[in-house]
Design a protein around this ligand. Sequence first.
Ligand SMILES: [Zn+2]
Ligand SMILES: [Zn+2]
Length: 258
Amino acid sequence: MKVQLLPSTFDAQGRATLEQRLTCFLIDDCVAVDAGSIAIALNAEQRSKVRDIIVTHPHMDHIASLPIFIDDLYPTLKHPMRVYATSEVIALLERDVFNWNVYPRFSDLKNDYGPVMEYIPIPTSGEFDVAHLKVTAVPVNHIVPTVGLLITDGKSHVAFSSDTAETEEFWKAVNGTRQLDALFIEASFPNEMAKLAEVSRHFTPSSLGKELQKLTHNGMDILAVHLKPTHRDTIIRQLHELNIPKLSVMNPGEIYSW
Ligand SMILES: [Zn+2]
Ligand SMILES: [Zn+2]
């Protein structure tokens, strides 16, 4: 399985910058997990292939350019863009984003080929299919309804925490998998901002270090994501101080394979 964290900003030469402002992971060039930077970072080939998007929760950094992505492709879509989310998240997207005020309700619209956007409600127990992948969604502890994801292509197994603070069910599901090759885990704030992390339900390196003790698998790559750009260097230093084997910070734009 190939996983890329799409960059959200580029320097004057067009190279991806390391700061991550928006969240969008691309799996095997065709399935997106969240859609923060989806309209600004895909190359033409990826844009022609991505038709399945899993939305973990409706925060802006995870959906910012989803409406623009569908808008860009509108006349060319021969099949609807499939947006997978829990029914709670679908209701929030319809109420707050695709509501004719912020943007058109694409789920009601058709182009010359048919509907342009289709919601696929996902269960929070049991596996479902997304393209060639099998996915399990598990509620995590964030300030809006949010799911973490376990994803397999049949060979490799990876897990995405999405945005969360201390949580239980996600680790139970992760520990229950036969194998785990990579864990994408959030580390939003530096230790000094523990109060803000707590009220906004995010991790600091310190709370993440404690949380990872719930993980019974070992040997997998642990990739920290969702670092607040302003505090990136401090968070990286504090993550290194945890001395956890194979824990590193995921670089936007780089392709990781398992
Ligand atoms: Zn969030
Ligand atoms: Zn976020």
